[in-house]
Write a protein that binds this ligand. Structure first.
Ligand code: HEC
Length: 148
């Protein structure tokens, strides 16, 4: 009995979860608080950080088409919420000097360990993938900032 209806139940469940869409709007924030507005950042570093980190660590998140399909949307939103909670470049000035340095040091560590950007993200965004050189440059730059 259950076996007969299971595929239909799964289809129904899939349809129903589509009605619980994630919030794809970015909260408004003061641009003057952003990391880039308060730090001297060379162009290549700025591009790397924007392309590889801002989709999870800022209020400038862009949500691709597949985030309209649950449970993918929920999964992506989970990463964004968690990422912003830990490190938010858009509210950079809210951190104390000590906290900023600590976060920058962690940025260097996480990028060096190839933990950031997250693997599923670089699979979906080939432009966010860091070459060996870009990774090394970014790590060196973050480390330098962390000790300023
Ligand atoms: C797809 C989303 C995503 C992208 C893109 C991403 N991160 Fe993350 N990041 C996360 C999530 C989720 C966490 C929290 C879980 C964890 O610590 O692994 C996190 C945690 C961190 C932390 C730890 C902060 C703390 O205080 O614990 C640092 C540092 C960090 N990310 C730096 C970066 C940098 C630098 C980039 C770009 C090179 C980047 N991330 C790109 C999702 C992302």
């Amino acid at each position: 009995m259950i076996k007969k209806y299971l595929p239909w139940l799964l289809v129904a469940a899939f349809i129903i979860i589509q009605f619980f869409q994630i919030d794809r709007t970015n909260p408004s924030y003061e641009k003057t608080k952003d990391f880039f507005a308060n730090t001297q950042v060379p162009d290549d570093m700025k591009m790397a950080i924007t392309n590889s980190c801002y989709d999870c660590h800022s209020h400038e998140v862009s949500y691709p088409w597949y985030t309209y399909i649950n449970p993918v949307g929920w999964w992506v939103k989970g990463h964004v919420n968690e990422g912003i909670g830990k490190l938010n470049f858009s509210e950079w000035t809210n951190y104390t000097t000590q906290k900023k340095q600590q976060k920058l040091g962690e940025c260097a560590d996480r990028v060096e360990a190839t933990e950031m950007p997250l693997l599923p993200y670089i699979i979906a965004h080939s432009d966010a993938r860091l070459t060996e050189k870009a990774r090394a440059d970014l790590v060196a730059w973050f480390n330098k900032q962390a000790t300023k």
